[in-house]
Design a protein around this ligand. Structure first.
Ligand code: SF4
Ligand code: SF4
Length: 417
């Protein structure tokens, strides 16, 4: 770095992701090691930006004076030391050498907005390949009175009830299974209300038996409904039982939960730390269970402490370029999921508007509507404050928590409550 006439080529390796905020803080992220370099230096930023000018082919040309600048010099040292990129003296390449550095750029052939512009976005059988999870609410009646019935289902998979009682047409369910038989869908969740109150339960079980080689069926029920009904307790090997456990746990059901040695999957919905400790103490012996935090509006501190992400949480695992590109285009929490309600209405997320009704339009039209209107499948972090944050596409996509909190971020890096 001494000869004043020397020229250099500075570049980043193709597996380095670059992001900058509106306040000109920028981040380089190594998608192979998970390391990152953050900087607020306007000199360094200007050099990095140069690489992204298409005509510069991924390279920033620097002269000797430039690389003597203190902040740039130490930045370049860090980039080389962390194996994020390299600095080559022009002479080392020889005068005839054409040096090109390929910077990864998102270019999706099937980008919906692009297909729309090109007039190629049409309804076709291939739309079925987008569905990866189907959730069917066969009814919405239940005799229990769980205190937070009206909030669970908006945040996680759960039963729910309404005052108007509906039962989903069994013929509609059959038509749907037949339609999806040749799709890529493998798993179907069946939920209520209390499914044992479904008016066509017998025919539903026959249908499940008929399609057991096409799909894996999961039946979701609250533990109180589950443990009281013979239907759930019968040894039906075609079904996987997903049991929802909300607090407080009623005394009379404790034995049923504690001594459950089957392959049932338990989902504990918790609202505070003491409920978490109770599960760890009494239920951690269960074969399969998970713990789902529920936001009530009164447990902000619990969420701030345990759920809202810190920088370390975001960077805890190595994030691939594939995931980053994915986060720029679609919401992996929502993409491919459909929710069918007892009246035939379909949504892409429990918190969003309906995208059609299977009594009046086809499944393909419903998928088309979602791709066109984007109620949930392609909701990304493109709003304040995330669109002004270098972690915008490193963070997981918006979840149901953001929906119910009416916030755009789920972190402690920017104000949330
Ligand atoms: S069991 Fe489910 S549907 Fe019934 S009241 Fe409780 S949360 Fe609501
Ligand atoms: S949630 Fe949004 S604001 Fe918070 S770190 Fe992630 S991208 Fe940034």
């Amino acid at each position: 770095m001494k000869n004043s006439n020397k020229k250099y080529k500075f570049y980043l390796f193709p597996h380095i992701y670059y992001a900058k905020s509106k306040s000109n803080l920028f981040l380089l992220y190594n998608t192979k090691t998970g390391l990152c370099i953050e900087s607020e230096s306007s000199v360094c930023l200007e050099v990095i930006e140069r690489m992204y000018v298409p005509a510069n082919l991924g390279i920033a040309e620097l002269n000797n004076n430039e690389i003597q600048e203190k902040s740039l010099s130490s930045f370049i040292k860090r980039v080389i030391e962390y194996e994020f990129g390299n600095l080559i003296e022009q002479n080392e390449l020889g005068s005839d050498t054409m040096f090109v550095n390929f910077i990864p750029i998102l270019n999706l052939q099937k980008d919906i907005e692009r297909l729309k512009v090109e007039g190629k976005f049409t309804i076709g059988e291939d739309l079925l390949t987008y569905i990866n999870e189907l959730n069917i609410y066969v009814n919405n009646s239940c005799e229990l009175e769980c205190p937070n019935c009206d909030i669970y289902y908006k945040q996680t998979k759960s039963c729910y009830k309404t005052t108007s009682i509906n039962n989903l047409s069994i013929d509609l369910i059959r038509a749907l299974f037949e339609n999806l038989k040749y799709s890529l869908l493998k798993k179907i969740n069946i939920m209520g209300g209390d499914i044992s109150k479904y008016n066509d339960l017998k025919r539903l079980l026959q249908l499940i038996d008929e399609y057991k080689f096409d799909f894996e069926f999961h039946i979701w029920a609250h533990y109180q409904n589950f443990s009281k009904n013979e239907f759930f307790l019968s040894d039906n090997t075609n079904l996987i039982n997903d049991i929802i456990v909300s607090f407080p746990i009623e005394k009379e059901f404790e034995d049923f939960l504690i001594n459950n040695e089957t392959n049932n999957i338990f989902h504990f919905l918790i609202e505070n730390e003491s409920q978490y400790r109770e599960i760890e103490k009494r239920f951690s012996h269960l074969n399969q269970y998970d713990i789902v935090p529920i936001y009530t509006g009164n447990n902000k501190l619990f969420f701030q402490e345990y759920i809202c992400m810190e920088k370390e949480d975001i960077l805890a695992n190595i994030i691939s370029f594939r995931t980053i590109f994915c986060n720029q285009k679609l919401n992996s929490n929502n993409f491919g999921k459909l929710y069918l309600f007892p009246d035939g209405t379909v949504k892409s997320n429990m918190n969003t508007d309906a995208i059609g009704n299977l009594n009046s339009i086809t499944l393909l039209e419903i998928i088309y509507n979602e791709l066109d209107k984007n109620t949930a499948w392609r909701k990304i972090r493109d709003n304040e404050p995330c669109n002004n944050c270098v972690f915008q596409y490193l963070c997981p996509p918006p979840s149901n928590y953001e929906f119910v909190m009416n916030k755009n971020n789920l972190c402690n890096l920017k104000t949330i409550f």
